[in-house]
Write a protein that binds this ligand. Structure first.
Ligand SMILES: *Cc1c(COP(=O)(O)O)cnc(C)c1O
Length: 426
């Protein structure tokens, strides 16, 4: 499609957009009395209007039924989480029994490492990405120390080549091959949080398995954003947060995937609690742990229903739309934003570059823009003028047009504000 940097053209794209109507389902903050252009759905998604109803329902059931709500609430709490299995499994490409909701992301990755990082004298190394999200780095450090190993001997980071912003698939595959028999685990972010690069999860998973390692994915920036086929890719485990692209609200419950092939493996250690216990016998208060054969078997505590309620609202909205429709709009709007950025750069001889891969197969909603000149003052200008982006040191602005609630006119308007901003701060 040939794009144009005009309001008229942006309006035409909005008119043809099947998902345009979903903008009415969200609540936008306002700046200068106008709804903002929101580019930080990769950090905290906007609040869907329908969420309040789901939360109110729990509050009311709690008020009216108290403990009886476990069994007699509108949606009984004792198996509330089972409502996620179907819709969530479609979002991440899994069987319903392979997904569960519990805890928060880093906690779930730790729990998954308890089961899938079992270092031995000869096989103990972990492959991860260079500059992984800090929480993941701290997780690796603490896990490695917990098992009595040293970071330098254990962690193998895949690096970017000099002068390049993204990690090459061939370099990941070569490193997996090289570490070979010593490789215990590959654990990488499916989408890099800084650059927005999407990794070839299928190929990397197969390569890890070929040398006998487990392969897991941190899907914080991938869930609800990228087409995932976790079951078919044979991924061992994955976890994601629900408050980024899945709009469940600050710090809300995480999702977790454990491949079916591990559901009956009694040899896998895990940290257990009563909610992972055989469902039929959970309330018999038996002394010996007998896990549910499925991802639910990794649950520990009874679930935070007030945290699940907004997540359920979100998952049902995704189910209504389907990932394919989302991804179709995602690619169009991201390409349009890329076009706008390039137009502005041309007009103003702009001093910035997009460091996200230009290949649509290697990116999703996010474009990361590296500023060479204007820096932080430009970011401040954008925020004051109703463009909510985020700033990552040393000088990157991340822009995520989220297909559920971003419009093509937003992209055009953003371009105009960016242009005025660059002119003003120069
Ligand atoms: C957002 C994000 C996290 C956040 O972890 P929490 O445990 O939810 O605080 C972790 N890893 C990555 C890659 C992220 O993008």
């Amino acid at each position: 499609m040939t794009f144009k940097n005009t309001l008229e053209f942006a309006k035409e794209l909005d008119a043809k957009d099947d998902l345009n109507k979903y903008q009415q389902e969200f609540i936008y903050p306002k700046v200068n009395e106008e709804k903002v252009i929101y580019f930080t759905g990769n950090s905290l998604g906007l609040q869907p209007k329908r969420t309040k109803k789901y939360v109110d329902e729990v509050m009311n059931d709690w008020a009216n039924l108290a403990v009886e709500g476990h069994f007699y609430a509108e949606k009984p709490w004792w198996d509330y989480h089972e409502r996620f299995a179907n819709p969530l499994s479609k979002i991440v490409g899994a069987l319903p029994s392979e997904v569960t909701v519990m805890n928060t992301l880093t906690v779930n990755l730790h729990l998954m490492m308890v089961s899938f990082y079992r270092p031995t004298k000869t096989r103990f190394k972990i492959i991860c990405e260079e500059k992984a999200f800090p929480s993941d780095q701290y997780m690796f450090q603490s896990q490695v120390h917990f098992h009595g190993y040293k970071m330098d001997d254990t962690i193998v980071e895949i690096k970017r080549r000099d002068g390049e912003h993204n990690i090459r698939l061939e370099d990941i595959l070569a490193k997996i091959e090289e570490v070979g028999d010593e490789l215990a685990l590959v654990l990488i972010g499916g989408v890099n949080y800084y650059t927005g690069q999407v990794f070839d999860m299928k190929t990397i998973t197969a390569a890890g398995h070929k040398v006998g390692a487990y392969v897991g994915w941190d899907l914080a920036h991938a869930a609800g954003n990228v087409k995932l086929e976790l079951h078919d890719w044979n991924v061992d485990f994955a976890a994601w947060c629900s408050y980024k692209y899945m709009n469940s609200g600050p710090g809300n419950a995480s999702g977790c995937f454990v491949h079916e092939k591990h559901h009956h493996n009694d040899q896998l250690p895990r940290f257990a609690g009563w909610w992972g216990h055989n469902k039929e016998r959970r309330f018999k208060m038996e002394p010996v742990f007998n896990p549910v054969h499925g991802a639910d078997g990794w649950q520990i505590s009874n679930l935070p229903i007030l945290s699940l309620a907004p997540y359920l609202a979100s998952v049902e909205m995704f189910d209504e739309i389907g990932m394919d429709a989302l991804i179709q709009k995602r690619d169009l709007i991201t390409s349009y934003l890329e076009f706008i950025l390039k137009e502005i750069a041309k007009e103003l001889d702009g001093n910035f570059e997009i460091i996200t891969p230009s290949n649509p197969l290697e990116r999703a909603s996010q474009l990361s823009v590296l500023l060479h000149g204007e820096g932080r003052s430009l970011f401040d200008y954008l925020m004051k003028n109703g463009v909510i982006t985020d700033w990552r040191e040393p000088n990157v602005i991340r822009l995520a047009p989220v297909p559920l609630y971003s419009s093509f006119v937003d992209m055009y308007s953003f371009g105009q504000i960016l242009k005025r901003g660059i002119q003003e701060v120069r």
